[in-house]
Design a protein. Sequence first.
Length: 156
Amino acid sequence: MKTDQGNPLFKACEVALTYKSKVKASERYKISSSKDAFELLVNNFYSEDTIEHNESFKIILLNQGNKVLGVSSIAEGGISATVADTRIIMQAAILANASSIILSHNHPSGNTNPSSNDNRVTEDVKKACEIMQITLLDHLIVTAENYFSYADEGKI
């Protein structure tokens, strides 16, 4: 079979995947509870200027020892919703070589009760994680003062 190498249809780019950490393994923050995850997120990754303004969806990426590899911002939304794409979530987990993840988003209203959409996203990501052998540890709904943990409530 002969191919025409000059034809643009036969040109492709090489994709290189990399992960570079600026934090030594011994200095990484360890998550031992939902409270640890909440404090990490609210004190470092959710802005006090916007946590009550618009929804943001973030994930914590963890190694096998539950030490934080990083936090990835997945989506920014409006007052009452944001779109969390399962493929983007899994892409971040795979690129970071994460063994487990914690989902998180804020509710600007201050209400920590999960919506039906929150439940659907959690189930969709849980299924994707099972296929990829990545553990979904929790999904936190955070406000400036409090949080709801799917794991603590037995919903994961």
